[in-house]
Design a protein around this ligand. Sequence first.
Ligand code: FRU
Length: 475
Amino acid sequence: MTNEQIQITNDRYRLGYHVMPKSGWINDPNGFCYFNEYYHIFYQHYPYSPEWGPMHWGHARSKDLVHWEDLPIALTPGSTEDKDGCFSGSAIVKDDTLYLFYTGHHYYGDNDPDHFWQNQNMAYSTDGVNFTKYENNPIIESEPEDNTHHFRDPKVWEDNGKYYMILGSQGKDGLGRVILYQSDNLKEWDYIGDIAKSESIEKEGFMWECPDFFSLNNKDILLCSPQGIKQQGKEYLNLFQTGYFLGHLNEEKTTFSHDRFIELDYGHDFYAAQTTTTPDGRRILIGWMAMWESPMPEKEDGWAGALTLPRELVLLDNHLYMKPVDELKELRTQTLDSGHIYLEEPTLLSKQSSHIEVNLEHKFEERKEITTSFELKDASNQLLLSLNYDNQTNEFELYRPDKDDSRFALISAKNTVELQIFIDKSSVEIFINGGEAVFTERYYTEDVPQVWINASDGVATNYDLYQLNEKAMQY
Ligand code: FRU
């Protein structure tokens, strides 16, 4: 292992308006918060290679959720309490101080990667740039007795002058669960117990990572990333999932009664999402725009992974919508094209930029059976990805030729379907009907992608195309 930040050797897949590492590896977003007029996002990071390694916390901040500034690494592992990694966690702001909560990772040293233990730690900063690890770390020394060594990813929040921490974990019975601690001072924590638990490994997983908890429209929402859920028809097709349970945490905060687990994003590249609130009270989310064990061709160029665009969460009819935050309109540098067509044959919408927003509105006539498609192709007409919609089944299918497989989403029946699509140099985020369904995907070509749309029979279509800022993230 060397101690120098790895160099980027080729820019071909570098993104223009997403948070990504200066170089090296990135996974989960961490510590998402608003402090001293800046949004802060941290992330799991290994600066010395494009592979996962001893986890650091990388750091970026933004005044507007659009323009991001790279900051020095906030947490470096190697202290007694986080010897082999500063794993995922969260932040809260209290009395002009930004507090980070993170998991210390420790291997027993017998070269077995599964032979580890984890504790919980704190760090703080008053300038939002330089962080000091708390002198009396760890704040939670080890897992409770009814837990295995999977005990990580603290999410802390304040409610009525008390602090609560949930942790992703696994019970001794081998089932994923979320456990709760309580504190009056952020430093001493009492174990309350589990608040929610997997029904069975097949259905809900053996380990729940990266929990988050918040309320919208008087409903409580537990967000988490379970490992081990088995594929059920066209659901749960990724290696691991990120999704939510809608429910109610009782007054004593001992039980969270809830509905079934629902995936939040149907794409191949979405995991370990985390939320925060904006000063005007919106709940926004950022996820890791990749998936464990996916090949990530950018590794060849000295980096791997990125974070998604920030999305606002809105609860409508007991369904969590994820829509691009309004601020993202600031990414638009010019209107490239807009118009109205009667779509009935393959139509090339754009081939002028790798950083564009495509807004499409299809208006279906009643009783007419139609399929529509949106495709990205490289300069030699090779398909990079396609999105097909069937107005009879209301199903979207997202196909990735590089993986030779599809992902699916069902939407509610409507005569109008709206797509808002953000294309960056190697990513595509597709928001359907204001965020009712979302697909987050990576794609890889050195060409400027061609955007094609088509329909099996005539459909009235409005479109708007915007050039987006190619340098919204500054290093
Ligand atoms: C989720 C995760 C977390 C852990 C981190 C390690 O992707 O496995 O549970 O803290 O990544 O990098």
